[in-house]
Design a protein around this ligand. Structure first.
Ligand code: ADP
Ligand code: MG
Length: 243
């Protein structure tokens, strides 16, 4: 097996609802430790694409591979819990009745001591050591988001799928959390697909931007290439409100 194969490969995904195509021939490759942003306006098919990668929705055609193993295809649908994917959404709430530690440990297997080590390591990484016994309602929005990140990463998913994860946070917090999140994801070596409609977030976080419109990827490349050489006027306009 080649050692450098992309962690995530998406080939020609298509999905329609009621006869209307909302994801149209989308292909992506994401390596371990890389962040690809699906960027585009509301309704362009970003979340639907992510949901198919997560396994909570199925494509009509196309194929998804994780570490070379087909998890979605013409005759194959591996359920989300067997895909080694971590999920983070804007409203992906913590379990309110569980402590911070219990939330982070939720998806962990193995012996108690090993689970506790992983929980402690992640709480330290998100700078919430000492918060383990608290409950979610005792935390600020930013702190809850950091717990959600720790929880999603705890089982060491091969692929992390994030859908507008920072959009519920106020501006003052957002830059810090973006940076912390990026540092941790890079350390863990996770392949990341980050969905956002905000060009500045994509510019800040992506190794590669896949610009979507009307269900299709209209341009992809390194952030500054996409920014500096937009494929058409609509792409240029989309980026124009970045400072
Ligand atoms: P984005 O995340 O880019 O805002 P979505 O992937 O959520 O876009 O949606 C793309 C299009 O598909 C939208 O027009 C949306 O209304 C439609 N859509 C998404 N999910 C469904 C569904 N379950 N049933 C019908 N239409 C849907
Ligand atoms: Mg969406």
């Amino acid at each position: 097996m080649p050692t450098q194969q992309p962690r995530l490969i998406v080939n020609h995904l298509t999905r329609s609802f009621g006869g209307r195509i909302v994801v149209d021939d989308v292909s992506l490759e994401v390596s371990a430790g890389q962040v690809t942003c699906l960027l585009g306006p509301s309704g362009c098919g970003k979340s639907t694409t992510l949901r198919m990668i997560a396994g909570v929705d199925q494509p009509q055609s196309g194929q998804i591979l994780i570490d070379g193993v087909e998890v979605a295809g013409a005759a194959r649908h591996v359920p989300p819990e067997h895909r080694s994917v971590g999920l983070m959404f804007q409203d992906f709430a913590l379990f309110p009745h569980l402590s911070v530690s219990e939330n982070v440990a939720f998806g962990l297997k193995g012996d108690r001591a090993a689970r506790q080590r992983r929980v402690d390591e992640l709480l330290e990484r998100v700078t919430l050591s000492g918060f383990g016994a608290k409950h979610p309602h005792q935390l600020s929005g930013g702190e809850q988001q950091r717990v959600a990140l720790a929880r999603a990463l705890a089982p060491r998913p091969k692929v992390m799928l994030m859908d507008e994860p920072f959009s519920g946070l106020d501006n003052r917090l957002r830059d810090g959390i973006r940076d912390t999140t990026l540092d941790i994801l890079k350390d863990e070596g996770t392949a990341v697909v980050l969905v956002t409609h905000e060009p500045d977030e994509a510019m800040r976080m992506a190794d590669e931007i896949a610009l979507m419109r009307g269900g299709r990827i209209v341009q992809s490349g390194a952030p500054y290439n996409v920014y500096n050489a937009p494929v058409d006027k609509a792409a240029a306009a989309f980026f124009s409100d970045i400072n």
